[in-house]
Design a protein around this ligand. Structure first.
Ligand code: OSB
Ligand code: MG
Length: 355
């Protein structure tokens, strides 16, 4: 990574990932990405666990089998509980192959309607407020449409206050990555006065009930991230009024099909969504962009171009953000970007072939 990124749970300076390559009987190659973090501090998944789950459980269930569509493939993986990141690695590779096979862009296969995606920038926890204000200014200058600040106890209201004082009209939100409990209701009530577009994942990753209690106490919309691993999680959260917005990350929910289901249930209940990221390489990012082209993605995505956080990428000519803060959705079949096989080769530290 070109700069380190600090959240409430860890600082990262390096991010391994899992790239899945599939070959179909009709000779099509698809690439996907399982973009879990290297440690189980965000969700239980990790890079190593994805490798193991793919090798020992996921691949053996699908190898040499014929699936009429992505849903039937995912149905065959239902016996495996969770392991959503690992499943996404395979599922996205299958979508790339499907897109080539049907000569139809991913966006069209998914039913996307937006030609460009609005994007915002995440700003990690810094040593000083000055550093934070500086990065916010740089990102706004680059065109990003909203700023998301990572918060944790001791690094919350003072940072928000400082940003609001300097940039009073900017679209601003915070992401706590589960760093608080219901004991902190007072703090969240105090945050209500800063006109934040949302508070992302303030409480525990497995606690939709507490989020529903908190949402009743505050006016700022709660957005769930870690709590939502499936469409059933989304349905329950909506039923309990645990949030007013959902962050959909294809990687976290098991792929593009599940993302679409979450999108649809949210749309039905007037819950707006946006596309989060896991610092994917250009490969994983391409699938996020396609997913985010669906109509109910109404808030800016965490989809900063990979050169803002990686020194190199696994695709040639990855996407850019224009000065109005938009990323174009690719219109060509397949990933939409050209895979750089040489780069994949160069950065590979472990390789498993199954077949
Ligand atoms: O909580 O949204 C999060 C990155 C890694 C793990 C968790 C999160 C993030 C981000 C988004 O904030 C980063 C990105 O991909 O642009
Ligand atoms: Mg988050």
């Amino acid at each position: 990574m070109v700069t380190s990124f600090t959240t409430s749970y860890a600082t990262f300076t390096n991010k391994p990932t899992v790239i899945v390559k599939i070959e179909t009987y009709d000779g099509i190659t698809g690439y996907g990405e399982a973009a879990a973090l290297p440690f189980p501090f965000y969700t239980p998944d990790t890079t190593d666990i994805c490798m193991l789950a793919l090798r020992d459980y996921i691949a053996p269930l699908v190898l040499h089998k014929d699936f009429p569509n992505a849903q039937s493939l995912m149905d065959s993986l239902k016996v495996i509980k969770k392991h959503t990141f690992a499943k996404t690695g395979l599922e996205t590779a299958v979508w790339m192959a499907l897109s080539i096979q049907q000569n139809t862009p991913l966006k069209a296969l998914l039913g996307g309607t937006q030609h460009k995606i609005a994007v915002g920038a995440p700003v990690g926890i810094k040593k000083t407020i000055e550093e934070t204000l500086h990065e916010v200014a740089v990102r706004l200058e680059e065109g990003f449409q909203r700023i998301k600040i990572k918060i944790k106890p001791g690094w919350d209201i003072t940072v928000v206050e400082a940003i609001r004082r300097r940039f009073d009209a900017v679209s601003l939100m915070v992401d706590a990555n589960s760093a608080y409990t219901l004991e902190d209701v007072k703090l969240f009530k105090a945050l209500d006065q800063y006109n934040l577009t949302m508070i992302e994942q303030p409480l525990a990753d497995d606690d939709i009930v507490d989020h529903s209690v908190l949402q009743k106490e505050i006016t700022t919309p709660i957005c769930l991230d870690e709590s939502i691993l499936s469409v059933d999680d989304a349905r329950r959260a909506i039923y309990l009024h645990a949030c007013k917005i959902i962050n959909i990350k294809p990687g976290r929910v098991g792929g593009l099909l599940e993302s679409k289901k979450i999108h649809d249930v949210c749309q039905k209940h007037a819950i707006g969504v946006w596309c989060g990221g896991m610092y994917e390489t250009g490969i994983g990012r391409a699938f996020n962009i396609a997913a985010a082209s669906l109509p109910n993605y109404i808030y800016p995505a965490d989809m900063s171009p990979t050169n803002l956080f990686y020194a190199d990428d696994l695709v040639k000519d990855s996407f850019t953000v224009d000065h109005y803060g938009y990323v174009k959705v690719p219109e060509k079949p397949g990933l939409g970007f050209d895979i750089d096989e040489k780069k994949i080769e160069r950065y590979t530290v472990e390789k498993v072939s199954i077949g």
